[in-house]
Structure formats: structure tokens, C-alpha cells
Write a protein that binds this ligand. Structure first.
Ligand SMILES: NC(=O)c1ccc[n+]([C@@H]2O[C@H](COP(=O)([O-])OP(=O)(O)OC[C@H]3O[C@@H](n4cnc5c(N)ncnc54)[C@H](O)[C@@H]3O)[C@@H](O)[C@H]2O)c1
Length: 252
């Protein structure tokens, strides 16, 4: 398959890392479906490039996923690349973690990744060409205080993605996880206040302690750097890279 003019689906594509990945694929000449729950955010995002198309979808809900995949088929065609990017963070110690918050994090990150992969794989299997790219996290191989649901979901995403890689290894489909370190998006900015409150410190100290403490370069990752890696993983040059967890961390 040519490495452009494909249908690429990106969950949580209306902001942050997902939008940067979407723009990287759009610049590459692909048709990119960006999925999210907020139509207004998707409308604004899809105006940033002629190859971006917004689709409202709650990836935790099976019916919503099925309907959205059908709408993408009708409007754009069969799907070649899936980027499982949607995610969210909830911060509590384990003994104080509300079940509702736990289910929201696991439901979006883990169940959402499962449902999106389940309903996009058949197109890739039919074409005998496909790419599944999961945006896990540095917390997919290293824990952090107060983030038990997120850490559990991010470790789980890697195990799931590796299983997809194994099941589809002889069908022209690769599946890999990208593990970003702290990246300059709202997800990080929103955590700093809560972390500072838990520790009784300033936001700057929370950034240095929790976010950049062990990182070698002492610089946040830029979302565009993750977009460039995703486009490479979706190219024929990466055809033999599968079942891998690739860090983009600034050193750790
Ligand atoms: N920012 C970082 O430092 C960092 C580091 C490592 C990994 N990540 C991961 O990268 C991914 C993107 O994070 P980001 O920093 O761009 O955050 P973000 O909050 O800007 O983006 C997350 C997106 O997911 C969407 N989303 C959440 N729940 C959804 C649902 N049920 N259905 C559909 N969409 C949903 C949100 O609306 C949002 O657009 C996440 O999986 C995150 O865990 C981020």
C-alpha cells in the first residue's frame, strides 16, 4: 500500500498529542478521522487542515464505536491505520480512589483501546495491510504515586497491543506502543495544581519532582515529535517493527 492517501483514525484527536499526530498524518497526505466526545472541539480542530474530519464518539461505548466506524466507512472509506490516543488522568491515593474515577480511566484507556481495535482490525485484515499504534506512556513501564488507575491502564494497553501484534503478525498488520514521557499538553498542565496540593508544594516544584525529576534532558516532549514517530511506524519502512514499546522520553 502507498504510504499516503490512507484512512487514518485517531481517538482523542481534537487536542494535545492526538491533534499533533492527526496533523502529521494530514501533512503526509492521509485522510484523518479525529474522534472525540466534544463536537465543538472537533469542529475547531478539523478546520486546522483540509485532510482532518471530526467524528463524535465516546470510545467507552460499544454502540458509539460501531456507529462511528460505519460513518467513517461511508464518508472516507476503509481504515488502514488506527491510533489509540484518547486518555485521561485521575489523581488519588489508592485507598481514596473513587470507583467511578477508576472506571472512567480504565473504560477510556483500556476498554476504549480494545473496542476501537476490535472494530477497525477487520478492514486491515481484508486489505492484508494495517497499523495499530497505541499511545501508552512512560507510566506503561514505571509507576507513579496517586495514578494507580492510569498506570494500570497504561501497562494494560501495552499487553493488549502486543497481543494484537502477535495475532496479526502474518496478516500484514503491525501493532506497536509509543511511550511518551511528559509532553507539553493540557493533561500535564492540569495535573500540576493537584500534585502540588497533595505534596504541599508549588506547581513549579511539582513539575520538577513529579514530571521532570528523573528526566535527563529536563525538557517537556513536544506533541509534534510524537506525530513524527507515529507517521514513521505507519510507513512501509517500519513493516518489521511489531510488538514493540518505543519510548520518546528525553532520557530516563
Ligand atoms: N501529556 C503527556 O505528558 C502524556 C505523556 C504520556 C502519555 N500521554 C498520553 O497521550 C494521550 C493524549 O494525551 P494528551 O496529553 O494529548 O491529553 P488531552 O487531554 O489533550 O487529550 C486526550 C483526548 O482524549 C479525549 N477523550 C477522553 N476520553 C474520551 C472518550 N471516552 N472518548 C473519546 N475521546 C476521549 C479527550 O477529549 C481529549 O481530546 C493520552 O492517552 C495520554 O495518556 C500523555
Amino acid at each position: 500500500m502507498a504510504n499516503s492517501n490512507r484512512v487514518v483514525v485517531i481517538t482523542g484527536g481534537g487536542s494535545g498529542i492526538g491533534l499533533a499526530i492527526a496533523q502529521a498524518f494530514a501533512d503526509n497526505g492521509d485522510k484523518v478521522a479525529i474522534l472525540g466526545r466534544t463536537k465543538e472541539k472537533l469542529d475547531i480542530a478539523s478546520e486546522s487542515h483540509e485532510n482532518l474530519y471530526g467524528f463524535s464518539c465516546d470510545i467507552q461505548q460499544e454502540e458509539s464505536v460501531k456507529e462511528t466506524i460505519q460513518a467513517i466507512h461511508d464518508q472516507l472509506g476503509k481504515i488502514s491505520v488506527l491510533v489509540n490516543n484518547a486518555g485521561l488522568q485521575r489523581i488519588h491515593s489508592v485507598e481514596e480512589f473513587p470507583l467511578e474515577d477508576w472506571e472512567q480511566v480504565i473504560g477510556t484507556i483500556l476498554t476504549g483501546t480494545f473496542l476501537m481495535t476490535k472494530y477497525t482490525l477487520p478492514d486491515m485484515q481484508e486489505a492484508e495491510w494495517g497499523r495499530v499504534i497505541t499511545i501508552s506512556s512512560g507510566h506503561g513501564r514505571r509507576p507513579d504515586k496517586y495514578k494507580s488507575a492510569y498506570v494500570a491502564a497504561k501497562y494494560g494497553q501495552i499487553g493488549f497491543t502486543d497481543t494484537v501484534a502477535m495475532e496479526n503478525a502474518q496478516k500484514g498488520i503491525t501493532a506497536n506502543s509509543i511511550l511518551p514521557g511528559a509532553t507539553d499538553t493540557e493533561l500535564i498542565q492540569n495535573q500540576l495544581g493537584e500534585l502540588a496540593k497533595k505534596d504541599g508544594t508549588s506547581k513549579q516544584e511539582a513539575l520538577e519532582t513529579h514530571i521532570l525529576g528523573a528526566q535527563w534532558m529536563k525538557e517537556l516532549i513536544q506533541p509534534e515529535e510524537i506525530g513524527a514517530l507515529a507517521v514513521f511506524l505507519a510507513s512501509d519502512g517500519a513493516a518489521k517493527i511489531t510488538g514493540e514499546s518505543i519510548g520518546i522520553t528525553g532520557g530516563e
